[in-house]
Each structure stands twice: as structure tokens, then as C-alpha cells.
Design a protein around this ligand. Structure first.
Ligand code: HEM
Length: 321
């Protein structure tokens, strides 16, 4: 009985974690912003929604042509971010995964002299390794247009796709989007790799607007690892979560400090000034850290004593009644 009781908590936590991983991540996104909707009005797009990352918005129309086994899809895609964006990409990926490699993309580029250019690109594993991404002809992209509005800072691209039904299932289409800040001529340079930039791909059902994104899976996982497993303040397991949280924080700080020492070792500076300065910085940080720790412990023990006193008083009152 006692053994069962001891194991019940961790088992519940484990089942919750599993549930969190397995639960569906399909999602309907909100419809587009008013400004984007106004811009797309010319195209009379039937569907429009905000994508989960990079402030991107996406509008489309479908015309299925079963006789020619082709789906015609009109796309209007854009984002309103700060003015420095140098290139904007949207594409489809016929492989099994919503990911960068394998994407057939349209990339709109803002040249440094503010002229606009647009072309099609085959994004390969070599592009990911930084081998340079050059335009290549992709037959199913037609009517490509690019626009940058100086007034509302929307950077948009539009196109018509004639997708062969054999290679692209529009009920489960992998689409990928991205923004970058630099290009050399028609060659876009690497984009940032922040969470927003690596979460910008998903599988979408263009007919029902339901999508399942890389970002959602990862976001969900991040939430499994942190929030869902985080017991409430009143939970008796909260103290274990707190210890895990503290230990992880300290371990990261230690790893970062050692990493910087290794970096100094690799760079082999001529004198030892860097090493000793870093010792000095660590020493100062250590003292500050120690003072904060002493303060937190005093506060913690003080609070604990107050709580004990309170519960003793209420117990006393309960017994007197
Ligand atoms: C200009 C050349 C490009 C280079 C050198 C490049 C490089 C990279 C690298 C190194 C990563 C991995 C980042 C990480 O996991 O930390 C990545 C991820 C990603 N890139 Fe690119 N990229 C380029 C162009 C593009 C384009 C044009 C698109 C969109 C059409 C795109 C979409 C993505 C997406 C969605 C991810 C995250 C998912 C994945 O790893 O497949 N990238 N890129």
C-alpha cells in the first residue's frame, strides 16, 4: 500500500506528460488583420488567416481541376514587421515533413536601393549548409507579384500555383515561410534562427483551414517540459519542481562559465589578462549571487516560521472551540 502511495505521484506526472505529448495540436488560426484584408481585397480571397510566427498572414483561393489533375491556388502572403526585412519567402514542400529542405519557394527581395525583385527557388540541404541559394525555374508558380508599402510597412508577395494533384495533397499541404535581412543580388542570405524563424512551417488543410505546425509541436513540448509539469504552489510536489528549476539554472550558469573559459583557452590570448579578468568578473558575480542567496534563505526561513506560528495559533483556536 505504502509503495503504491509513493509511486502514485510520479506515475500521475508521467501520464500527464505523455498526455501532453500525444494530445492533438491541430489548430484554427485567427482570421487576418484588417490592414492585410484591405490589401488583398483586389484578389477576392475566400480564405485568410494569421500564421503563428513572424507576423505572417496568408490568404488563398482554391480551384480544383480533377480533369487535368491540377489544383489552382491563388496565394497572397505577407508580413508587417520593421522596415529592415530584406527578403520574404513562402513555399510548399512535397516531402513528408513541413520543413525547409525540399521547399519550392517564391522569394521576394528588397534590394538595398529599395528596388523589388521576385523569383522561384529550390531550397535544398546544400542551401541549409550555406552553399548559396540561387533562383531556379519552378513551372507551377505563375503570376508572381511583389509589393512593399512604405505607408503601412507590409511586405507582400502573391502568386498562382498549379499544383499537380499527384505530388501535392491540398488537404495536407506542407507550407513554409521565412524572412531574412540580407541578400546579395538575387541570392538571399541566411535568416535568423530564433524560435520564430524555426517554427515557421506547418501542414495545412487548405479546404478546412485546420493546420498542424512544427511550431505547435515544439511549443507544446516546451509547455510539457515547463508549465504542464509545474505543480501549483499548493501542491506537495511543487518543492521538487522548485529544486529541479534551481538545479537546472545553476547547472546552466556553471556550464556557461566553463564554456567561456574553454573559449578563452581555444583563442589562446598572448597574456593571461583575459583569464584573470574573467576570474575577477566571476568573483564579483559570485559575491552578488551569495548575498542574494543569503537574503532568499533568510526570507524563506522567516516565512516558514511565520507559517508555523500561524498554523499553531489556528490549531490552538480550533482546540479551544
Ligand atoms: C538563404 C539561405 C538559407 C540558409 C543558409 C538557411 C539556413 C537554415 C538553417 C541553418 C536552419 C536550421 C536552424 C536551426 O535549427 O537552428 C534553417 C531552418 C529553417 N529554415 Fe532556412 N535557410 C535558408 C533559406 C530558407 C528559406 C528560403 C526558407 C523558406 C522558404 C527557410 C525556412 C526555414 C525553416 C522553416 C526552418 C526551420 C525548420 C527546418 O529546420 O527545416 N530557410 N535554415
Amino acid at each position: 500500500m505504502t509503495t503504491m502511495y509513493i509511486f502514485r505521484g510520479p506515475v500521475i506526472v508521467f501520464i500527464l506528460a505523455l498526455f501532453s505529448l500525444l494530445s492533438t495540436t491541430s489548430q484554427h488560426y485567427p482570421t487576418c488583420s484588417e490592414a492585410f484584408s484591405k490589401m488583398k481585397e483586389d484578389g477576392h480571397f475566400e480564405h485568410c488567416m494569421k500564421l503563428p510566427t513572424l507576423g505572417a498572414e496568408f490568404a488563398w483561393n482554391i480551384q480544383e481541376d480533377h480533369a487535368r489533375q491540377v489544383n489552382r491556388i491563388d496565394v497572397f502572403f505577407g508580413t508587417r514587421q520593421h522596415a529592415e526585412i530584406g527578403w520574404l519567402a513562402w513555399g510548399v514542400n512535397p516531402t513528408n515533413e513541413p520543413e525547409m529542405v525540399g521547399t519550392r519557394a517564391i522569394i521576394g527581395i528588397r534590394m538595398p536601393n529599395d528596388t523589388l525583385a521576385i523569383d522561384t527557388y529550390n531550397v535544398t540541404a546544400a542551401s541549409k549548409l550555406g552553399c548559396g541559394l540561387q533562383p531556379s525555374k519552378i513551372d507551377f508558380f505563375k503570376n508572381m507579384k511583389i509589393n512593399y508599402s512604405d505607408t503601412n510597412h507590409y511586405f507582400t508577395i502573391s502568386m498562382t500555383l498549379y499544383l499537380p494533384q499527384s505530388d501535392y495533397n491540398i488537404s495536407s499541404l506542407n507550407h513554409v515561410w521565412q524572412v531574412g535581412y540580407q541578400s546579395i543580388g538575387m541570392e538571399p542570405q541566411i535568416h535568423p534562427t530564433s524560435l520564430q524563424n524555426v517554427d515557421s512551417a506547418e501542414t495545412i488543410n487548405l479546404k478546412t483551414r485546420v493546420s498542424e505546425g512544427v511550431g505547435q509541436h515544439r511549443h507544446h513540448l516546451r509547455k510539457m517540459l515547463a508549465l504542464r509539469l509545474k505543480p501549483k504552489r499548493t501542491d506537495k510536489y511543487r518543492k521538487f519542481w522548485n529544486s529541479y528549476h534551481h538545479c537546472l539554472g545553476y547547472a546552466l550558469l556553471a556550464a556557461i562559465s566553463v564554456d567561456i573559459f574553454l573559449g578563452i583557452g581555444i583563442l589562446k590570448p598572448l597574456d593571461h589578462a583575459w583569464k584573470w579578468s574573467y576570474f575577477g568578473v566571476l568573483g564579483i558575480l559570485g559575491v552578488i549571487f551569495l548575498l542574494f542567496e543569503i537574503y532568499s534563505w533568510c526570507k524563506f526561513l522567516n516565512q516558514k516560521e511565520k507559517n508555523n506560528q500561524k498554523s499553531e495559533v489556528s490549531e490552538q483556536q480550533r482546540q479551544n472551540k
